[in-house]
Design a protein around this ligand. Structure first.
Ligand SMILES: C[S@@+](CC[C@H](N)C(=O)[O-])C[C@H]1O[C@@H](n2cnc3c(N)ncnc32)[C@H](O)[C@@H]1O
Length: 381
């Protein structure tokens, strides 16, 4: 290191974030589908569209298999699990075992409340796909207002960050959805729907997420204490661009490192998460990436995948203090949303984090053209 990092860390805000992360220590992450079962069939959900429910979780009588999985992963130094499915709230006993052994986050559809007792500090990402009408159409089979049920279940529950999967044609709903989540006493992060079923219309990701991104920026300004993502993260996801690299298999960092199909890619020199595996519900087989074996990267604007893309590219972000701030705040938001750092103490930094990112951006970005600016920074390397 040529002293740049030390210079950047003279800044008190950056210093504080860096110290918090350092004290918590490194993360060795995996992902697991806790169950193949789900109490919803959301339209275009990758899990069912891509046949991942064919991998069956151990039956209740086979609990030893689950316990062995935990021990195997601990022996491998895994300390972080993203818990998906299927619907994890349908298997609370196993969820509790993961909670007791690892850091991580559980992604739930919000229909069944994960109790507070026994899960006091669990990081819960509650899904919503749009305002009530859109969400009911996409997740509730046109009948069940899943968003309303989730709001009710998690009123004033500080464990909850809404994981809002925005759809390209429904930017006009962003403000209302976020307002309801915030007024419900929760936090909000964003994800971006990939129309893997080719349904089209308002779901068509090919229309682009520019309008959604602008709304997210607005939400960051409006609710800086409640938005648990950053304009930078949204910018990288929606542009699919990072220092001149274009999003795709060749740069994705969240690839199962034991999976045969990834071996050539892992040797390419592009950085990746060295520990990572995405386990199917059978707890034995892994899939290519955090999505599936057949997923088309052109559809993927997955937040986890893109955040890890940013994080493994730490060195490139040392180019300037502004770029380092983009990187460090991404890392911090990850630690914060996953409750690896003390949540209540650290969440107080959110407004300062957003304000700082805005200042750095205003300093360097020509009006409305973030990507031109990032490209220029790259070419100047
Ligand atoms: C497969 S679900 C499993 C966890 C849980 N049952 C739920 O509904 O949140 C995990 C996440 O994947 C996201 N997801 C599913 N299909 C998607 C798609 N086609 N595009 C973007 N995100 C998708 C959902 O929004 C959800 O937050």
């Amino acid at each position: 290191m040529d002293g740049r990092l030390e210079a950047y860390l003279q800044d008190p805000l950056l210093h504080r974030m860096h110290e918090d992360i350092k004290s918590a220590g490194p993360v060795y992450p995996i992902q697991v589908d806790l169950t193949h079962a789900c109490n919803l069939r959301c339209q275009g959900c990758y899990f069912f569209s891509e046949g991942l429910d064919a991998f069956k979780a151990p039956k209740p009588a086979e609990e030893a298999l689950f316990d062995e999985f935990i021990e195997r992963e601990k022996a491998r130094r895994t300390n972080y699990v993203t818990i998906l499915g299927g619907e994890p709230s349908l298997m609370l006993d196993r969820l509790k075992k993961l909670y007791d052994n690892f850091w991580g986050v559980v992604v739930t559809n919000g229909l069944r409340k994960i109790p507070v007792e026994g899960f006091e500090n669990l990081a819960i990402a509650a899904s919503v796909w749009g305002d009530h009408e859109t969400d009911t159409r996409l997740r509730g089979n046109g009948k069940l207002d899943v968003f309303a049920r989730g709001l009710q279940n998690y009123r004033d529950d500080r464990r909850v960050v809404w994981y809002y999967t925005t759809t390209a044609g429904n930017a006009h709903e962003v403000e209302s959805v976020v307002k309801q989540c915030v007024e419900n006493g929760n936090y909000v992060g964003f994800n971006f729907y990939g129309d893997i079923g080719g349904i089209g219309g308002d779901l068509d990701h090919r229309c682009g997420f520019d309008a959604v991104r602008r709304k997210i920026d607005h939400m960051v300004e409006r609710y800086p204490d409640r938005i648990l993502t950053s304009s930078y993260i949204a910018d990288v996801i929606t542009s699919g661009s990072l220092y001149g690299d274009q999003w795709g298999f060749g740069v994705c960092a969240s690839l199962s490192t034991d999976h045969p199909k990834n071996q050539e890619r892992l040797k390419s020199g592009k950085p990746y998460l060295h520990h990572y595996r995405a386990y199917n519900a059978d707890l034995t087989t892994t899939r290519g990436c955090c999505r599936s074996d057949v997923y088309d990267c052109a559809n993927c604007r997955d937040t986890w995948a893109h955040m890890t893309w940013i994080l493994v590219n730490a060195e490139r972000h040392l180019i300037s203090k502004a770029e380092f701030t983009n990187w460090l705040t991404t890392e911090y938001i990850f630690y914060l949303a996953s409750r690896i750092v003390d949540f209540e103490a650290s969440v107080k930094l959110l407004p300062s984090i957003h304000a700082r990112l805005q200042t750095e951006r205003a300093r360097k970005v020509p009006a409305n053209d973030l990507e031109v600016s990032r490209q220029a920074a790259f070419e100047g390397l």
